[in-house]
Design a protein around this ligand. Sequence first.
Ligand code: AMP
Ligand code: ZN
Length: 109
Amino acid sequence: MPDCLFCKIIEGSIPSDTVYEDADVFAFKDIHPKAPVHVLVIPKKHVATLADCNDPAVLGLLMNRVRTIADDVLNLAAGYRVVINVREGGGQEVFHLHAHILGGKKLPF
Ligand code: AMP
Ligand code: ZN
């Protein structure tokens, strides 16, 4: 296994505030929330960045879970933002692919 913070969160060796888990994805609260609701959704398969992921199955699954977690788990019917930071220039700090779900207030853009 790569020495990866989010892989360790998936396996449970680093604790997280888990909001959802199934066979393919894991979702937990961001430790430094940037909105009233700020959840990270990650594939259980380690992929470093979106740019490195040439697998439509992983990407399709991730986006589909984002959608269902936002509606069914986080109750963000009013709307939300999905952010994926890609590589250092895009602000990525943890190199395990993750989608941020941000919501709980009207988000300026
Ligand atoms: P990014 O900048 O897109 O790579 O986002 C990484 C996110 O992971 C940041 O928003 C951090 O606040 C968050 N983060 C880092 N460590 C943890 C942790 N142990 N538990 C939950 N979120 C974390
Ligand atoms: Zn990982």
